[in-house]
Design a protein around this ligand. Sequence first.
Ligand SMILES: Cc1ncc(COP(=O)(O)OP(=O)(O)O)c(N)n1
Ligand SMILES: Cc1nc(C(=O)O)sc1CCOP(=O)(O)O
Ligand SMILES: [Mg+2]
Length: 559
Amino acid sequence: MGFHLCSQAFHSTPTPTHNQFLHSISRGFVRTRVSNLRAMQQEEEPKHLGKVRVPHVLTVAGSDSGAGAGIQADLKACSARGVYCSTVITAVTAQNTVGVQGVNVVAEDFVREQLKSVLSDMHPDVVKTGMLPSPGIIKVLCQSLKEFQVRVASVDNTNFVKEALVVDPVMVSTSGDVLAGPLILASFREELLPMADIVTPNLREASALLDGAPLQTVGDMRSAAKSIHDIGPRNVLVKGGDLPESSDAVDVLFDGKEFYEFRSTRIITSNTHGTGCTLASSIAAELARGSSVLSAVKIAKRYVGSALDYSKDILIGGGRQGPFDHLMKLKHNALPCMRRPFDPSDLLMYAVTDSRMNKRWGRSMSDAVKAAIEGGATIVQLREKDTDTGDFLEAAKTCLEICRRHNVPLLINDRIDIALACDADGVHIGQSDMPARVARTILGPDKIIGISCKTPQQAEKAWIDGADYIGCGGVYPTNTKENNITVGLDGLKTVCLESKLPVVAIGGIGISNVRAVMELGVPSLKGVAVVSALFDRECVLTESRNLLRAIMDSTKAVK
Ligand SMILES: Cc1ncc(COP(=O)(O)OP(=O)(O)O)c(N)n1
Ligand SMILES: Cc1nc(C(=O)O)sc1CCOP(=O)(O)O
Ligand SMILES: [Mg+2]
């Protein structure tokens, strides 16, 4: 880890800190991404000295003259997500908001030449495909991917993705025009899908891949995802945007083991031209940035939802289906200086501040945060229940500078206004705070949202509402939070077993009992959140170091 890029300017970044290094080994492996390894290797060569490689998606797709879909959508989506996008054009379409007026397929040899130009020199992290208008072009693509060894590593849904292939099996445009005939189906099934890390059919495409099987319910979508998975792709996302009689948009992801349903409120707009291309290229962009498949799909869906919502009333063209505004100018244009995506292992040692405790020991909030991070805290939450808003904001800004310097995410407890004002990385909210769905709408697709949950039902709702993790407690009785219900180790385990989100345990945890918590050994349990064990002590640095050591010892014991 350690190469995190600013969307506007691709700065070189500091070398990994001691804390980042600890953070890496604490997972039992030093996390490397192919792109970062390459960056390190390249940095050793003089001509690359001081340069940082940026995440890169190659899109292999058709041009849309109306620029709502195809190559143009891919370029805009990747740019909006802060990822470089190169292009191989397979067809040029004459297209507008009314429909497709003409298609001019690019000669196979020239598709091969474009692929060679990009793959031999620029080494994209992810290849994303869209319109592939002939079996010959699919063959050329598969040969080139093999020749340049693009698909070298398999991925799973929890680890970082290395190089990946995202296939959007474009067959019919959203206006209903056929963009790829039945001959293509055989090539998809036999050649391209078995190489794909994720394939993203809509209902019509999923049905076509399965010889016309009707898909009318979420149950049908699940069966379709499973049958398409049998063809060979490692993950299948069946998009249910066209599902009849549903007020929610439901998509189903199947990774060969688990099904994940993504529900979002349907946005009433006719500006939906290019949503499929945009979703697939946003997934590709998140994979290129180092997300897992699961979080790439989640973030991409949030991004597309926000862009559709923002663009629902814009008017471009006189046809039935308009394009939308990928860059969401004015509203969410300012990307959060492209911090890396949230990683569940950030939850390993979660430091939660308390103004009263720090005052008692005569230190400022920022001194406390600095010491906790230097001692190994992997994420920080400012939980300041009785600090004035102005003072809180100023202290939060100082803490954010410290956290950014050490590449540690900073969340704000309860106060979405403070999080927005200082551009913190996210918020932690409880069951009686701002509803998570509203928080997500306010904060946009990129911010981290954590939610306190004491039951599996609350954990399920947190997942549906778009949270990134849950905090579960009180594991033990605590004096830090009044009238807190203790769920115990059993309650924690029950929630962890049911949770689709990563979990951090909280409540009365310290050096004497952290082992019992971590040794529950449930995969979704990623770490412990602590207040008094770090901050109601004389030396935060020493306490943090000791606690981190105990956590790491207990995670080793579990392995
Ligand atoms: C990591 C984490 N988990 C749980 C909580 C508790 O949040 P909440 O229920 O909103 O209670 P308050 O912290 O606001 O008193 C938390 N803060 N952090
Ligand atoms: C803030 C908070 N939330 C809890 C929950 O159960 O959701 S327990 C808690 C307090 C944790 O403090 P300490 O580490 O000092 O026990
Ligand atoms: Mg709260």
